[in-house]
Design a protein around this ligand. Sequence first.
Ligand code: DGL
Length: 273
Amino acid sequence: MIDKNAPIGVFDSGIGGLTVVREIMRQIPNEKIVYFGDTARVPYGSKSRETVTRFCRQIVRFLQAHEVKTIVAACNTASAYALDELEKEIDIPMIGVVKPGAKAAAAATRNGRLGVIATEATIGSRIYNQYIQQLNPGITILGKACPLFVPLVEEGLLQDPVTDEIARRYLAELIDSDIDTLILGCTHYPLIRSTIGRVMGEHVTLVNPAYETAMELKEMLREKEILNTEAPQLGSNQYQFYVSDTTDKFIRFANSIMKYGVLSAKQVNIEEY
Ligand code: DGL
């Protein structure tokens, strides 16, 4: 039996998964979280399926060593490449960000024309296309890799003319193709949502898989009767953060995007797992 007081394990290739963590904190505030960010091996978005799956397998072992009750692959690339394989290998439930995002987008489109922006790996995997077309084969999906958005966000250029210019170039073909819904299919993109929204225009609905994933996680925990209904006791270390590289940049970034003050994180050698 799974212990409902156990923490939720959340992982990402680095810092971007904190956009999922903050949604989980908002939507299910009684839950404990153990977060792992693979800051030493980021980015995943330009690596092969084999490499990403190997990295994710090590992280899953690390999180299991922390006796988590469920694992959230907060990274779109990890969800695209590794989730199907890894969920078969473990006996606790595992969810990713792609399915919840795909479901929300399929429900949101009115004209049946959807865009997805993500890393090269996620776009190349066509995973969003697969899930959306399973839900509604009539929907047309246009994918566009936007690799420069990740370093722009990590450099803190959230409201900057450089980011505006790159967004205009990347998104031009999606604007021309008359989509009415756009999936922000990478952990970092919700942080430049206002720029993307401005460039795409008001008539385009932006779907944030981080938000949808936290909703689906809550639903899944409730169904399995492992949703934590009581707030954890004071001093119980509700949120723990681990990274594979030094912690300073991670802590700085975390505090720039989250209300919850991240005071410390621990560096671990993930290759040992
Ligand atoms: N977290 C990744 C994703 O959502 C973006 C960063 C990377 O390429 O590792 O796809």
